[in-house]
Design a protein around this ligand. Structure first.
Ligand SMILES: [Zn+2]
Length: 349
């Protein structure tokens, strides 16, 4: 894998936001900051459309600072939010979909996403934050959390409120559909795993791959179970990696970190990372049979001591462990007991 977004990579090293960059005559990347998040920014891609107007790929985290960054970025290419005709959304997470609603209010732009993520958004918008917060606590208890710890880790209703009012889709894009962006041949690739409806976009005129969070150059995207998400998200993710591995794009334009070349080798690294994790988990299961995901997470190696994990980080670690357990289960290497708090045991060798 080779870094092609060298300005982005250098800014990362300086712990700075990268510049707005013109990538092709009609294509720019605009970093939109994500508050209090180690990823620091999402790269919003702005596409000049044939016949005028702008298309956006992802919108950025919804905050005033994010809106200012997006507006200033568009200004650099002589455009404004009112020029946006449509927003393609790689997936429903707040750093990608967040500002789409404000863009639509300003310009009348359509918002397009995959039906699976559109229905998650619809479901969330139809519920109260209190109900969603209670569901998360129940899910953590089902994974083996002590009820008090689950309540301490999960966001309360107030913190969840902004995520319950995200923009609904105006248009749906299924696998293989071409987005309605004049002058561009932007083909949607359904790549479930990180979310049920994650989309990459293969642009057929330039040969670019917009990889969203599916393939990032440095980190592996979080693949976790959720109360109502994919039944076996890691299995989905690994087959979505296979689906893009041999596309041989001219360059990969991810939603975070930096642009790069060498998709196949990056995909191989990500797969190897998860196989290594699966091996480690299987070893832990053999040593500690009849364990919950919550217990097993503590036996795995993490980037910091497990005792330092709390709140959102611990939830990610446990739900990621659960995703790996479910794949061990569907591969026949482990099995879960019945009951409200299932425990896992390795299959007999
Ligand atoms: Zn993201």
């Amino acid at each position: 894998m080779q870094v092609t977004g060298t300005a982005q990579h250098e800014a990362w090293q300086r712990r700075d936001l990268p510049p707005v960059e013109q990538l092709r005559p009609d294509l720019w990347s605009i970093p939109v900051p994500i508050p209090h998040n180690p990823l620091r920014y999402v790269s919003v891609y702005a596409l000049a459309l044939a016949g005028g107007g702008i298309g956006l790929l992802d919108a950025g985290w919804d905050s005033d600072a994010g809106w200012e960054a997006l507006t200033a970025g568009l200004d650099r290419l002589g455009a404004a939010p009112t020029d946006v005709r449509g927003v393609l959304v790689t997936h429903l997470h707040f750093d990608h979909l967040g500002l789409a609603g404000r863009i639509r209010e300003t310009s009348g732009a359509w918002i397009a996403m995959h039906p699976a993520d559109a229905s998650v958004v619809r479901r969330m918008n139809g519920r109260t934050a209190a109900a969603a917060a209670a569901d998360e606590v129940d899910f953590l208890i089902h994974l083996g959390a002590d009820p008090d710890e689950a309540r301490a880790d999960a966001d309360d209703a107030e913190a969840m409120e902004p995520f319950m009012r995200m923009a609904a889709a105006d248009r749906l894009l299924d696998d293989g559909d071409l987005a309605d962006l004049p002058g561009w041949q932007m083909r949607a690739l359904h790549t479930p795993g990180h979310t049920p409806g994650h989309l990459c976009f293969a642009e057929e005129r330039t040969g670019l791959l917009f990889s969203g969070d599916h393939v990032l150059p440095r980190i592996s995207p979080n693949i976790s179970t959720t109360a109502d998400g994919l039944p076996d998200p890691l299995r989905s993710y690994l087959s979505s990696l296979t689906a893009v591995r041999d596309l041989a794009p001219t360059e990969v334009l991810p939603a975070h970190e930096w642009r790069f070349d060498g998709l196949a080798s990056r995909v191989d690294e990500l797969k190897a990372h998860h196989e290594h994790r699966l091996d480690e988990l299987l070893q832990a299961l053999r040593t500690h049979p009849n364990s919950t995901p919550w217990q097993l997470a503590a036996y795995l190696t993490w980037s910091r001591p497990w005792s330092a994990y709390q709140r959102r980080m611990r939830i990610f670690a446990v739900t990621e462990t659960d995703a790996h357990l479910r794949l061990l289960g569907s591969r026949g290497l482990a099995a879960a007991s019945d009951g409200p708090v299932p425990t896992w045991t390795a299959a007999a060798r």
